[in-house]
Design a binder for this molecule. Structure first.
Ligand code: A3P
Length: 324
């Protein structure tokens, strides 16, 4: 496997010069690989490695999101639901380690050869996250019975969240900010990490309709509105439904509270900790917690920009009946 890892790295360096390039959200360009915009080092390299090295298991759970659609929140929810009989709330790993440690992103693991190879011997069931669009998922995640939870969020909210996230990182690395209108253009023309955003959603929506036991499609906004209902449905999909006794004793409420924005944002690990994305590049955990609201985009987008986003959503999602 070590040899395969090295070979996949070589493949990546050979493919890179052949791809379209555009200005990215951080200091590097983005490249277009099979229709998807990716950062060459942060994400494309890991994806190619996974294509050659990752083998899904039937009891894996894979959380898939576009960046800023609610990854951190749903990592916490899935981890808490699936492990609720293992940990007490007072010493829960989410409180000490945070969601990104409890549920690693496969793209991040694959930056480190040892971590990537250790995945093969990790205990079952593995809970993993990824931002990959459906067509780019490693073959065995499609052919095996592993379950996929996909989280969708209003593209206006994703854009606003993404703009704040990347501008914080740019400031930290002394890079000039991207003017807001340029960023809107980038997002709306698909130039965003794992974009086009709308195609990412459509890929999973289609599979969730064809195979509802394979892909569970959840909306950030629905979960904000009715977290208890969402958590119960999610637990059922994951094969860990709440018993009547658990419901009566308030187990669902406890999980909702443990994973709430208000709980997570105040934890030391999320205020002070760092997510090491690559051996050289770390991101402050606190950047993953901004407002945690459904409609904060209203405070940032003009009527004209809202119209632009909604027209694209109508055009892409209207015909298939996906409301947004
Ligand atoms: P905002 O920037 O709109 O506040 P991701 O985890 O995919 O990077 O997404 C980050 C977004 O999810 C941010 O949105 C962040 O505040 C929000 N978020 C993080 N934890 C959350 C939680 N427990 N509940 C609701 N939203 C949360």
């Amino acid at each position: 496997k070590e040899r395969e890892y090295e070979k996949a790295c070589e493949k990546w360096s050979n493919i890179l010069p052949t791809l379209n390039r555009e200005k990215g959200w951080l200091d590097d360009d983005m490249v277009q690989y099979q229709g998807t915009w990716l950062s060459p080092l942060l994400t494309l390299r890991s994806i190619l490695l996974m294509h050659d090295l990752f083998t899904a298991r039937p009891d894996d759970v894979l959380l898939v999101t576009s960046p800023k659609a609610g990854t951190t929140w749903f990592k916490a929810l899935i981890f808490a639901i699936m492990n609720r009989s293992r940990f007490s709330l007072s010493s829960h790993p989410l409180l000490n380690n945070g969601p990104h440690h409890c549920v690693p992103s496969i793209e991040v693991l694959y930056h480190n050869k040892n971590q990537a190879l250790e995945l093969d011997t990790a205990p079952t069931p593995r809970i993993l996250a990824t931002h990959m669009p459906y067509p780019l998922l490693p073959k065995t995640t499609k052919s095996s019975e592993c379950k996929i939870v996909y989280v969708y969020r209003d593209p206006k909210a994703v854009f606003v969240s993404q703009w704040h996230f990347f501008m914080q990182l740019r400031e930290k690395h002394s890079l000039p900010l991207i003017p807001f209108h340029d960023a809107v253009n980038m997002f709306c023309t698909g130039l965003t990490e794992f974009g086009p955003f709308w195609d990412h959603v459509l890929g999973y929506w289609k599979v969730s309709k064809e195979s509802p036991t394979k892909v569970f499609f959840m909306k950030y906004e629905d979960t904000k509105k009715n977290p208890l209902d969402s958590v119960k449905k999610l637990a059922e999909f994951l094969g860990h439904p709440f018993t009547e006794g658990e419901e009566k004793s308030g187990a669902v409420e406890e999980i909702v509270k443990l994973c709430s924005f208000e709980t997570l944002v105040n934890l030391e690990v999320n205020r002070e900790g760092i997510l090491q994305v690559t051996p050289q590049y770390g991101v402050q955990n606190r950047y993953f917690f901004r407002k945690g609201e459904a409609r904060d985009w209203e405070n940032h987008l003009s009527e004209e920009i809202v119209k632009r986003f909604d027209e694209i959503s109508e055009q892409k999602f209207g015909p298939i009946g996906l409301n947004f």
